[in-house]
Design a protein around this ligand. Structure first.
Ligand code: CO
Length: 250
């Protein structure tokens, strides 16, 4: 299947669906604090998504049991919300998805829980900026691997590594469309980017090695060396000029 180019009315629906997840992440930022369980964040998120007339995109996806992913510390992505209580010093990656009017929104942030270590703070700021670098490389007539090359160069220059086993993706009527968007690669390689494409760009950056394992629950991804990992994700529209980030409020 080729990479879909969205029409103007389809892009409007993408902005609406992704606006829901962008607003939810802002609400979550102030609710992540010591003493809160990841299940409480899931409950809040489901209520928020439904209050917007949308549906949680993750709930039931390949049997996934919750509305958000909440990945703590050495968990990379796809952590399942539970009665685990967040404590001061944790970092928690929260990934949210919503379906509105037939289109999918998808975005993630990694939040500090109270005061965190210097290494954790650096990992968050480097991963956030690696995402910005990847987004800036997502240009009409460029190539998919321009994105990963930019992410990888930034993260590795800071002494961190980028996860290979999970990637970003095209997004639209389905959460996962073509193309795959790796967070590593070589400039000039991969499918050509064209205005009207919509991509979820989502670097996962590890403090140590890029090796990861999936736990026996079938979902939770952990760093093999059990060092910290962070994840930031935005959905963007490729345009004739700067990419349009539709999961950030400004
Ligand atoms: Co995604």
């Amino acid at each position: 299947m080729g990479i879909s180019i969205k029409t103007a009315p389809e892009l409007e629906k993408m902005r609406a669906a992704n606006g829901v997840v962008g607003r939810l992440l802002v609400e979550l930022a102030s609710r992540v604090k010591p003493g809160v369980s990841t299940q409480a964040l899931d409950d809040f998120s489901r209520g928020f998504i439904e209050s917007q007339g949308a549906k949680p995109a993750f709930l039931g996806y390949h049997g996934y049991p919750a509305s958000i992913c909440a990945s703590v510390n050495e968990q990379v992505v796809h952590g399942i919300p539970s009665d685990r209580i967040l404590v001061e010093g944790d970092i928690v990656g929260i990934d949210v998805g919503a379906v509105l009017d037939g289109f999918v929104g998808d975005a993630a942030r990694t939040f500090p829980v109270g005061k965190i270590s210097g290494e954790a703070a650096k990992l968050l700021s480097v991963t956030r900026e690696a995402l910005n670098q990847g987004i800036a490389a997502a240009r009409n007539n460029g190539h998919v691997q321009d994105i990963g090359a930019a992410v990888q160069a930034y993260a590795e220059a800071a002494g961190f590594s980028v996860v290979r086993d999970f990637v970003g993706h095209g997004i639209g009527r389905a959460m996962h469309e073509d193309p795959q968007v790796p967070n590593y690669g070589r400039r000039g390689l991969g499918p050509k980017l064209k205005s009207g494409m919509t991509l979820a760009i989502e670097p996962m950056v590890n403090a140590g090695s890029f090796a990861v394992d999936v736990l026996p629950d079938g979902w939770t991804v952990m760093t093999r060396d059990r060092r910290l990992s962070a994840h930031f994700e935005d959905t963007v529209i490729i345009t004739e000029g700067e990419p349009e980030i539709i999961t950030r409020l400004d």
